[in-house]
Design a protein around this ligand. Structure first.
Ligand code: ZN
Length: 484
């Protein structure tokens, strides 16, 4: 029965490839992914999905639903935003297609596309009655008419950690029984590790402009306030838990040295392992900002952009991914693709390949030694660990059992958000699409049909997650201004 499901994915291979390339050729920044979101929606609508657009107050966010009955509802999360300044041709050297333009450095052109392919394959299995058939052969407790629902979530603006948080506030994940997703990478394995919770906010100071040399006594510098705030944060840094990450960049800092800057602002990310931890540090940050305003006789205001929780990766779903990996043939890269990957590896920073390999468990650490593209599936190797970054998948993982896997689309050692990743995402990364879509579809199929598996995922979820509270203060609007 799984073979029919996988054959349905193969039927869509060409279409997924065309979609992924089209998104790569038209990269769009977060919350402005009109074309990319539109292409994915149109593909799902043609396959009979019911589309709800504009969820969470974001025109490019959508939910596509297919199915009916009392069976479980399983979601596939997809992303499609690009990164600023990463425009890059398929080349073995840094070569922007258009200087300063965005590019797909995180592989979200593949990310959303594979999820769409998987969702459509599961929809066909629902049509054929395969879901009910497999379910009744496994258990007698379900009714004949159980069926089920598959959903694809079109999640915009992952790079600014915006999309899923605003969608979660809108309640679109509330009635899900589980969610699955994946991410392009230089290896293939379920991801068991966590990520950091985050607050993203801007602090803006307003002072008085004046001639900086002729009448400085009339001026009040907003830039001074930004500098004092940043200095204060550097002193705070010593007295927060080690895992906390705080980083910033100055958004506005005046226009000319002979004008006292009347407006200045700075954008902060605060990260910590828990929401409470983030909130404690953000509260301290706000106090330092007040102090900086007092010292400079300026006024401070805040724009809270977004926040998210840490990722809680569900072990039962990760095991489901691993079982499905065992059912599938490895991703088949051809000679030309391996050669291009090897050439790209030569441009990576020294030590990058060894660093990547050092994370792998034996025998994969050695087996990957001479591989430009290493697609052999591995067990999760990051259980109990947390990366220093954040993902808004964390938000969904607080609402329903959620897990993600990584699949090989990049040359071994390639960092995310690099031009080498852009090259891969426009070229050999696309070769992984059928594999990824099968892995997603097979796992969704298992969760739809295996009652005990889903119950076990829920038991684990209840143990790991406490009550959910959305991080957005009342009335927060999506930060369209961040990516204009
Ligand atoms: Zn990404």
């Amino acid at each position: 029965m799984k073979q029919r499901l996988f054959a349905d994915v193969d039927d869509q291979a060409e279409r997924m490839d065309e979609l992924a390339l089209d998104l790569w050729e038209h990269p769009e920044l977060g919350l402005h992914e009109e074309r990319s979101s539109g292409r994915l929606r149109e593909t799902l609508a043609e396959a009979g999905f019911e589309i709800e657009r504009g969820v969470g107050g974001m025109p490019t966010a959508f939910v596509a639903r297919y199915g009916a009955g009392d069976g479980p509802t399983i979601g596939i999360l997809g992303e499609f935003d690009a990164l600023p300044g990463l425009s890059q041709a398929v080349s073995t050297e840094r070569e922007p297609i258009e200087a300063g333009a965005p590019g797909h450095g995180c592989g979200h052109n593949l990310f959303g596309t594979a999820g769409v392919g998987a969702a459509i394959a599961v929809a066909r299995a629902l049509d054929r009655g395969d879901v009910d058939e497999r379910r009744s052969s496994g258990s007698q407790t379900q009714s004949d008419e159980a069926t089920g629902e598959v959903r694809f979530y079109g999640c915009p603006a992952e790079e600014t950690l915006v999309g899923k948080t605003f969608m979660a506030r809108d309640g679109v994940f509330d009635d899900l029984d589980a969610a699955v997703t994946w991410h392009p990478s230089d290896h293939t394995a379920p991801q068991r590790g966590s990520s950091l919770a985050l607050d993203s906010l801007s602090l803006r100071f307003e002072g008085e402009s004046a001639h900086a040399a002729a009448s400085p006594e009339s001026g009040r510098s907003a830039l001074d306030a930004v500098q004092l705030l940043n200095t204060g944060v550097e002193y705070m840094r010593e007295h927060v838990p080690e895992e906390v990450r705080v980083h910033y960049n100055v958004q506005e800092g005046g226009s000319a040295p002979n004008v006292v800057p009347a407006e200045a602002s700075v954008w902060y990310f605060v990260r910590a392992p828990t929401r409470e931890g983030v909130e404690r540090v953000t509260a301290w940050l706000r106090e330092i900002a007040d102090g900086a305003a007092t010292m400079t006789r300026t006024e401070v205001s805040e724009r809270y952009y977004t926040g998210c929780h840490r990722l809680v990766s569900n072990g039962v779903i990760c095991d489901t991914f691993r079982e499905n990996m065992a059912e599938l043939d490895e991703i088949e890269f051809d000679e030309e693709e391996r050669e291009l990957a090897a050439e790209l590896q030569e441009t990576l920073p020294e030590g990058a390949i060894a660093e990547s390999r050092s994370e792998f468990e034996p025998p994969h650490d050695d087996a990957a030694a001479d591989a430009a593209l290493y697609g052999t599936p591995m067990d999760a190797f990051d259980e109990g660990e947390s990366g220093g970054g954040s993902t808004d998948v964390g938000e969904v993982s607080q609402l329903t059992p959620t897990a993600q896997f990584r699949a090989t689309t990049w040359a071994l050692g390639t960092p995310a958000h690099s031009w080498q990743a852009v090259v891969a995402n426009g070229d050999f990364g696309r070769t992984a699409l059928p594999y990824v879509a099968k892995l997603l579809a097979g796992s969704v199929f298992d969760l739809l049909t295996d009652e005990e598996r889903l119950a076990a995922a829920h038991e684990e979820f209840e143990r790991e997650v406490e009550g959910y509270e959305n991080p957005l203060p009342d009335g927060t609007e999506p930060p369209f201004e961040l990516t204009q």
